[in-house]
Design a binder for this molecule. Structure first.
Ligand SMILES: [Zn+2]
Ligand SMILES: [Zn+2]
Length: 294
């Protein structure tokens, strides 16, 4: 069978091409600047690697299929015309049969019926220079996969924007606390594998400290003052309380944050100022993380 090849350009939005993760558990949308597209790319959300050709969105696939069908029609019609053209010549002057080739078929120009979706944030990776755009919280650069402070900062912007626009501020703060801990966990997790096979638990700042002290000889809390250290413990353990005990301050919480002993039994209250203090502290902890390779 012969191959019919032709090229089609996909529409972009200011140079950004839509992509859809090919991991069925994720399937999320992001956009990559055409200058930053490589043969292999990572999903910024789940971190799985794919060939760039596996990241077409459904809209793009529909459009490409439609264009391909038109091109195939044109090709087939052309082949038929050639055949009939020959018959026409061969039967010229024959009084019983005659053939007349019809007008040529030209592929219709297919206009895409979609526009690339808008997304939240644009990131330029400080490590590889890739430009991409994502929706909400994410973890990786689409090209080098690194989790870095640019990712952290872009995520914080999203968290702050969502908290400011929220109709239910406490709910937004619960998300914010949760996202901050998830980011910390994910960045610690990606560094930890270079130092130990042990699965660290990074939802507790002291556990994270213990892990990196033991395996990489660094103290994540070394640069925090007492106030910052307290803010981190409060945010991490209030987040735990909201995840596991509907926000109720239990004895577990009090063991981790004895400063809040008198709050036992009540519901943990969250605030943007507490969140922001913890952000400064988490940043100091992440700065103290050992390099990606020992
Ligand atoms: Zn994904
Ligand atoms: Zn990168």
């Amino acid at each position: 069978m012969s191959e019919l090849s032709f090229s089609v350009s996909l529409a972009t939005d200011e140079g950004f091409l839509g992509r859809e993760c090919n991991n069925p558990q994720c399937s999320r949308y992001f956009r990559v600047h055409t200058d930053s597209i490589a043969d292999e790319m990572l999903c910024p959300y789940c971190g799985q690697r794919f060939a760039s050709n596996d990241l077409f969105t459904q809209d793009q696939v529909d459009f490409l299929t439609e264009v391909a069908a038109e091109k195939a029609m044109e090709y087939a019609a052309d082949e038929l015309r050639k055949m009939f053209g020959k018959l026409e010549r061969q039967t010229r002057g024959n009084k019983y049969v005659s053939f007349k080739a019809g007008p040529p078929y030209r592929a219709k120009t297919i206009q895409p019926r979609y526009a690339e979706r808008k997304v939240d944030s644009e990131i330029v990776c400080p490590d590889c220079g890739s430009r991409f755009q994502v929706d909400g919280i994410f973890a990786h650069c689409v090209r080098c996969g690194i989790e870095n402070m640019a990712v952290f900062d872009a995520n914080l912007e999203v968290i702050r924007r969502e908290a400011a626009a929220a109709s239910d501020p406490q709910r937004a703060l619960r998300h914010a606390y949760n996202d901050l801990v998830s980011m910390f966990e994910s960045m610690c997790g990606s560094r930890s594998s270079a130092y130990s096979e042990e699965h660290g638990s990074f939802q507790d700042p002291y556990e994270a400290r213990r892990f990196f002290k033991k395996h990489a000889k660094v103290d994540l809390l070394a640069n925090l003052n007492d106030e910052q250290e307290l803010a981190v413990r409060r945010v991490f353990h209030k987040r735990h309380a909201w995840q596991h005990s509907r926000g109720v301050i239990t004895d577990r919480y009090v063991r981790k944050v004895p400063e809040d002993r008198e709050l036992e039994g009540s519901q943990a209250s969250l605030s943007m100022s507490e969140f922001e203090s913890a952000v400064i502290a988490v940043r100091l902890m992440l700065d103290a993380l050992p390099p990606k390779a020992p």
